[in-house]
Design a protein around this ligand. Structure first.
Ligand SMILES: [Zn+2]
Length: 323
């Protein structure tokens, strides 16, 4: 069993205390915020902090620390089947803005974290957890399987050094861009002594076994589909996406990945409606670290790169338990 069964007083938002009995029946949503871009850091993070504060929500913010090379992602039109369709379905050009779509190609790639250290620090000051998303998001997402190990270590090492300079302490968690992992990246994460990572899609916390190799850093997988996977499919729109999430929460831990560029920008109204609905139903939004604290034990599970609906390209997926 993954979560403790101690009786717990749950403070519902109508002001009543209810004895919920156990964690398993309390729905919680751990919010994982991926911050991919320069504009998303500058504008999206601040918007999310305002909205979360309004509803008492907490989250884990994963920051891209190095250059914003978003323009280079355009080459995925040629390399990843379905990428163009997904971009158009989710209106990505409008969401990300023309400038962002040109960074690293026609426009120079701006440095993200060192441009906005106060924005990063503000997230932690407001009681959220902070971690590392990447050094160069696009490079990791598109080329990790071909990285020599020293490059994987260098990407995380550079991000880690700048993180420590900005926050005055080391990062305890990372989340890979595009849920892209390799045995090397898991090995580097083990060597960094992280408390946990959130690199995968799955159902419950686990220790990863990839290509027959066992790793010791706990994985907290994203359990819910992201907005860009849902929008435009099965009648889901920015106006009703909050209904999908509220109807599909499991008892116990749910992990939702949101993007500063989307939920803090183009579909900010949708996210506010979701926060509102969760708060009025007494569902708490927490950091991933809070969820980790409830984990007594976790199984070892196979981790592999595979296909999920709504995404162009492979993501790390939690597989069967390994004894
Ligand atoms: Zn990302």
């Amino acid at each position: 069993m993954l979560f403790t069964h101690h009786a717990k007083l749950v403070h519902s938002l109508d002001g009543n205390l209810k004895n919920d009995g156990c964690w398993m029946s309390e729905k919680i949503v751990a919010l994982k915020v991926d911050v991919d871009t320069y504009a998303g850091t500058r504008d999206g993070v601040t918007a999310l902090l305002t909205d979360m504060d309004r509803f008492g929500a907490k989250a884990t913010f994963y920051f891209s620390m190095g250059p914003d090379n978003s323009g280079k992602a355009i080459r995925r039109i040629f390399t990843r089947p379905g990428f163009l369709k997904k971009m158009l379905r989710t209106r990505a050009p409008a969401a990300y803005g023309l400038k962002t779509m040109l960074y690293g190609t026609l426009l120079p790639a701006p440095m993200i974290a060192e441009s906005f250290p106060d924005v990063l620090r503000e997230a932690e000051l407001q009681g959220h957890e902070v971690g590392i998303h990447s050094w160069d998001h696009v490079k990791w997402h598109d080329y990790l399987p071909w990285f020599p190990k020293h490059l994987t270590a260098m990407e995380l090492g550079r991000a880690s050094a700048l993180f420590e300079e900005i926050f005055g302490h080391r990062a305890t968690t990372t989340a890979s861009p595009g849920w892209t992992v390799s045995p090397d990246s898991l090995e580097v994460q083990d060597a960094m002594g992280l408390t946990y990572c959130s690199d995968s899609r799955g159902t419950h916390p686990f220790y990863p076994v990839m290509d027959g190799r066992r790793f010791r850093t706990l994985q907290i997988p994203t359990t819910l589909p992201t907005a860009d996977e849902l929008l435009g499919e099965n009648g889901i729109t920015p106006e009703n996406i909050h209904d999908y999430y509220c109807d599909n929460l499991n008892d116990g831990l749910n992990v939702l990945t949101i993007h500063a560029e989307l939920e803090g920008g183009a579909i900010r109204g949708s996210f506010i409606r979701l926060l509102e609905r969760l708060a009025s139903s007494g569902v708490r939004c927490t950091t991933l670290e809070e969820a980790v604290r409830q984990v007594n034990e976790a199984p070892a599970c196979r981790l592999f790169m595979g296909d999920i609906s709504g995404r162009a390209g492979n993501v790390a997926i939690q597989g069967e338990e390994v004894s």
